[in-house]
Design a protein around this ligand. Sequence first.
Ligand code: GLN
Length: 251
Amino acid sequence: MRPHSSEDKQIRLLQLYPRDMNIYGDYGNALVLMRRIQWYGFTPVMLTYNPGDPFPEAPDIVIGGGGQDSGQDRIQQDLLGLGERLRGLAEAGTPMLMVCGLYQLFGHFFETRGGSRISGIGVLDVETYGTDNRLIGNVVSESPDFGQIIGYENHSGQTYLGPTAKALAEVVVGQGNNERDNHEGARYRNVLGSYLHGALLPKNPAIADFLISTAVQRKFGQTLGALQAPQSAPESLPRLTELARQTASSR
Ligand code: GLN
């Protein structure tokens, strides 16, 4: 029998709504996590959930991206159905990263310019209001937990933190959550919300490592060892590239 090694230890990465919520390179977040999980000596398993799918069992990390308002409309009812489950995972300490459109819907609501409210699932204590002003451009921010965080924003919804959400970072260049305060993103327990695309994780590996180390600690009670990046291009890269292409073309 093969000796038990950390190679046998799976980290299950769940991507929420990749068909509808996955723009400005957000799929890069999934690719970075898959690769770094492997480089830390664990076996990454990519799970996806689109509206109507059975919810994958026991995800260790949950991520979600941004989308057009139309994409948000398409997933909204389904997401409300997952609310209790996702709130439970969040309370239990599951690491999550939600970008832009899903960051907004992980809050309490998105109120459109016309005044109608799209309900969110309230994992994060934030509220979002549609505006006529689109906040677009590169962002530089400073986070107490992760140091400098950089990325690209493009959103017309503006988000405000309630008392139990803390800002992920403070904006140095760009806008972040809104035009009034300097906050970018939000954090509750191990759930991170951010407006930053780019994708976020290739530009900010400290956040990827936070998600991975939290998952590894919770699942195996282990701290992360050294990153073992191969010198040459990893052979499974074409496979990941193919996955990215399929996701892009199925939209
Ligand atoms: N539609 C939302 C907004 O513009 C989200 C956009 C996004 O995910 N990039 O505020």
